[in-house]
Design a protein around this ligand. Structure first.
Ligand SMILES: [Zn+2]
Length: 218
């Protein structure tokens, strides 16, 4: 990096200078990835500005890191389990947010949203506002099905609500007539104490999803 940054061609404008500047950017990124593997054992050096900087990799202590390095083998772990941490009601969602992050993992999407309580307008352009309660919500999306879990409800959404469409009806199972229930491919599993253990929905397999056909195609 020193060789590139002190190259005489950089003092003039031109193709070679642009190229060297580009190489320097790439080296910088590479250095950032290498620094992720540093355990900063070489100790910290104090800069003139008062920052503590790793003697080996140059990482500034106490700054948030822009990259995450994951091991190829074994369980990948990013962050730790966070929960709401304040009784205060914040002015808006941004101030109340603790973490809001998404990862796409081998085709499945996982989203985690943890926030404290905040005030939110009931409708757009309205002056009425409500306090949204503090919550930790985790959501998984796969094949158009969304599984969402918060502290009150674990739900499976099979189909997204389309704009302009009537919102779906909602009811407890015992409130529904048999003729309706018979159309739902729903199974409830319970243990010998009568406690609910699992809710399963039988999916209708679309012909394009059948593994046999896929194998033939490829
Ligand atoms: Zn270091």
């Amino acid at each position: 990096m020193d060789f590139v940054s002190t190259h005489p061609a950089l003092r003039r404008q031109g193709k070679q200078a642009d190229r060297l500047a580009e190489i320097y950017q790439q080296l910088g990124r590479l250095w950032e990835f290498l620094a992720l593997q540093c355990n900063h054992k070489a100790g910290w050096r104090k800069t003139r500005e008062g920052h503590h900087v790793c003697r080996a990799c140059g990482t500034v202590r106490g700054t948030t890191e822009g990259w995450i390095l994951l091991s190829h083998n074994g369980t990948k772990k990013i962050g730790c389990k966070l929960s709401p941490n304040s009784k205060k009601t914040f002015r808006n969602k941004r101030e109340a947010t603790i973490v809001k992050d998404t990862i796409e993992f081998h085709g499945a999407k996982v989203h985690v949203d943890v926030h404290n309580s905040y005030r939110s307008r009931l409708f757009r352009d309205s002056t009425l506002d409500i306090a949204v309660s503090a919550e930790r919500i985790a959501r998984l999306e796969e094949d158009g099905i969304e599984c969402s879990i918060d502290s009150h409800i674990a739900s499976l959404k099979l189909r997204k609500h389309r704009r302009g469409e009537r919102p779906p009806y909602g009811a407890f199972i015992w409130e529904l007539p048999n003729r309706r229930l018979q159309k739902f491919p729903l199974m409830l599993e319970y243990d010998n104490r009568g406690e609910l253990v699992q809710v399963s929905i039988l999916r209708q397999v679309r012909s394009e999803d059948q593994p046999g056909q896929k194998a033939r195609r490829s």
